[in-house]
Design a protein. Sequence first.
Length: 99
Amino acid sequence: MNFAEEALKVLEAEMQRTAPNGEVAVDVSHCSGSEIIQLIRGSAEAARRNSRRLKGVRLAAQCFTRAGIQLTHGNAGVVDGVPVVMDVDFDKMELIFEE
């Protein structure tokens, strides 16, 4: 089991524990680009399982680049329909959920 798979279990538990509309932050400093993409996709899937939606992701610039996310406008891109914005501290990912 890789870091992303383990992190997704923790993310889903945290999502279930928090209010319906909330944020979960992850330190992705040790993640490869493919693991970052896996975290975004897996978080969107976990949100659906819990009657929520992954509204968007805030990601540090170096992680954005590492994951190979293409900029679509300004400092933003999209991964499988989920908006991703370069807008957080070094090596962090913030996932924003809504009901």
